[in-house]
Design a protein around this ligand. Structure first.
Ligand SMILES: NC(=O)c1ccc[n+]([C@@H]2O[C@H](COP(=O)([O-])OP(=O)(O)OC[C@H]3O[C@@H](n4cnc5c(N)ncnc54)[C@H](OP(=O)(O)O)[C@@H]3O)[C@@H](O)[C@H]2O)c1
Length: 174
């Protein structure tokens, strides 16, 4: 299995505030959807709950066309169309048992979960958002350039719909 992390991060590694994103960038939403569709997506319970409301009125709506996997310490957490694990070990065993060697799974956040997996990931798909957000309360871990090599980048200049410049970078573990 290839384990990848996908995140959009600002100039000081800011990724969120009050359990929401810090920006509305349709171009990054499209990139996220295209990159992760048909792959398992793994997230913390807080990120899951930030994804809208399900048909039962509960916080958290599974992302379509993806195997949705949530990590939580809450043994009572249960949602339709979501696979839940209560430890990293349990999650890793399930992935190893169900995924082929060339199949890719994506860690999609948030801050706590990125921190748990950055030392285990093979690739990072980072959207660098060229702005600073003083009110952020959640951050991506430092990307150590001695450990990660840039293998591609795709720069986009801001426009009417996307108000910050951004750069879609893929890093591979050296
Ligand atoms: N910019 C981006 O690309 C991006 C992407 C995703 C999210 N975000 C942002 O990030 C923020 C959310 O991040 P966050 O750090 O607050 O929360 P999070 O990482 O999404 O989820 C944290 C939760 O994961 C569970 N957890 C943590 N460690 C665990 C472990 N060892 N085993 C099992 N479960 C574990 C716990 O759930 P329980 O409390 O249920 O036990 C914990 O509360 C939001 O602002 C969101 O918008 C940004």
């Amino acid at each position: 299995m290839i384990l990848s992390i996908i995140s959009a991060i600002a100039n000081n590694n800011e990724i969120g505030m009050k359990n929401e994103l810090l920006w509305d960038l349709p171009i990054d939403m499209k990139h996220f959807r295209e990159t992760t569709t048909n792959h398992p997506v793994i997230m913390g319970q807080r990120t899951f709950e930030s994804l809208g409301t399900d048909s039962n009125g509960l916080a958290g709506k599974p992302l379509p066309n993806r195997r949705n996997i949530v990590l939580t310490l809450d043994k009572n957490f249960e949602r339709d169309n979501v696979e839940t694990y209560y430890s990293i070990e349990e999650l890793e065993k399930a992935l190893n048992d169900t995924m082929g060697k060339d199949e890719e799974a994506f860690i999609i956040g948030g801050g706590q979960i990125y921190k748990l997996f950055i030392e285990k990931a093979d690739r990072l798909y980072i959207t660098h958002v060229n702005e600073e957000f003083k009110n952020a309360d959640t951050f991506f871990p430092i990307i150590d350039k001695d450990k990660w090599g840039k293998i591609s980048e795709d720069k986009h200049i801001k426009d009417e719909k996307n108000i910050y410049d951004c750069n879609f970078v893929i890093y591979k573990r050296k």
